[in-house]
Design a binder for this molecule. Structure first.
Ligand code: GAL
Length: 421
């Protein structure tokens, strides 16, 4: 998929805005450079801790090379993706960048921006290391374009145990009705905004979790592969429930990143937050111990997955160094060091549970037995054009609450982008 004019304009604007960040991380490596610029959005907290874990292994296994941190802060790549688009457009790629497995990766493949890594998969014995389904999400026309670092779960409800106890909530709700009842109990106990929420992509996540409850996994998958009609009455009903859910959230949500919303939970100003399991790592990194987790109410045994992977862009300054980074990412040691700190679980199937926090040990078990569905804001279900269209539609809805307008915009986004995957 080509960059739309709007995205291209944004890319240029952000490129200028972040020029200092980008330049300082690519200081003239020159020919024979030992530097490997790794571009991510893992700049703080648990995300940085995960990256640091991986860098530790890289320093040992790739001692000839020097890690250069090209991180651009902002949850889910909200700033990084624009900077990256601008750099790719100007043919100034970082040596490697983080990309989500699935439709989002296809954006870069279709734009001919990535090298084929099939030979490296053979050389490093990666062919059988990852689940078959995941490999399919990294492959186009028989060529494989990235090395997955992890599997994250998106549909997790995090909670502040003390706030729940004060409201007399002793058990996790497993239906939407039960969840609404608990939110009412929390309001009655004096928690004005029991459900912490952030801006656009975090709102997409909450809405998707609700859609999984309302539609079930099969119909939810159909939203992304054309099998489910976005104009249906069941979607109208889901949007109405989502509108009700928003009444329990903080009004300043549209200015919040996920970590700002997380702070409301940590400070006891909110009881719940729907967020991917990078939140486990972040709460741990911040020393907050009073948290619980459960799958979003009504999601049953559905595991909404996404995977971070790393690529070898075309025309990089240090392809050999990047290969060493990618080898580290794909190795069992690299995956253990990274995932133990990142809240995710290894993409490799041969890494044991030893050394992993309790949350990830549970997630490793769930991953094996759960029904899997993808995520749009985290790229496994849809590419960047579609993500952006849904994000702005939901941002508008957050302000005006117009159910019919949101449904029309979501249906239009599916019609425009659904066929381009
Ligand atoms: C996701 C990414 C995760 C985590 C999260 C929040 O898109 O896959 O690794 O970083 O954003 O920033």
């Amino acid at each position: 998929m080509r960059l739309s004019r709007r995205v291209a304009a944004l890319a240029v604007a952000f490129g200028t805005m972040f020029a200092t960040v980008a330049c300082s991380s690519t200081e003239e490596p020159g020919a024979g450079s030992k530097k490997v610029e790794v571009f991510t959005w893992w700049a703080d907290g648990g995300e940085k801790a995960g990256l640091d874990g991986l860098v530790g292994v890289f320093k040992t296994d790739c001692a000839d090379y020097e890690f250069v941190n090209g991180a651009v802060a902002g949850g889910a790549g909200s700033n990084a993706k624009q900077v990256l688009a601008s750099r790719l457009q100007q043919n100034e790629p970082p040596d490697t960048f983080q990309a989500h497995a699935g439709a989002e990766l296809s954006d870069y493949i279709n734009d001919d921006q990535l090298e084929d890594l099939s030979a490296q998969y053979t050389e490093w014995g990666l062919g059988n290391a990852f689940p078959k389904g995941l490999i399919e999400n990294l492959t186009v026309d028989g060529k494989i374009y990235s090395v997955p670092a992890n599997i994250h779960r998106a549909n997790v409800l995090w909670s502040n145990k003390t706030v729940l106890a004060k409201a007399g909530i002793t058990k996790d709700a497993d239906t939407l009705d039960g969840f609404f009842a608990d939110l009412d109990k929390l309001k009655a106990s004096g928690v004005a905004t029991p459900l912490a929420l952030g801006k656009d992509w975090t709102q997409q996540m909450l809405f998707e979790a609700l859609l999984i409850s309302k539609l079930g996994p099969e119909k939810f998958n159909g939203l992304w592969n054309g099998g489910t009609d976005w104009k249906g009455a069941d979607i109208t009903a889901a949007i109405n429930d989502y509108k009700k859910l928003l009444t329990y959230t903080n009004k300043d949500r549209d200015t919040f990143d996920w970590t700002d919303a997380e702070k409301l939970l940590m400070d006891g100003k909110a009881a719940y937050q729907l967020m991917g399991d990078w939140e486990a790592a972040d709460l741990d990194a911040k020393g907050f111990k009073d948290y619980g987790w459960s799958v979003f109410p009504g999601n049953g045994n559905v595991f909404q997955w996404l995977a971070d992977s790393f690529v070898l862009p075309k025309n990089v300054k240090n392809a050999e160094g990047t290969k060493c980074w990618l080898k580290t990412v794909g190795s069992a040691t690299g995956q253990a060091a990274f995932n133990q700190k990142k809240g995710s679980i290894p993409a490799r199937t041969d890494v044991g549970t030893d050394g992993f926090p309790a949350y990830q040990q549970a997630a490793m078990g769930d991953w094996k037995t759960a029904t899997q569905v993808p995520s749009c804001p985290h790229g496994s279900a849809c590419a960047q054009g579609w993500q952006g269209a849904v994000g702005s539609a939901q941002g508008k809805f957050s302000a005006d609450g117009d159910v019919a307008a949101l449904q029309t915009a979501l249906a239009a986004a599916a019609a425009e982008f659904g066929s381009k995957k």
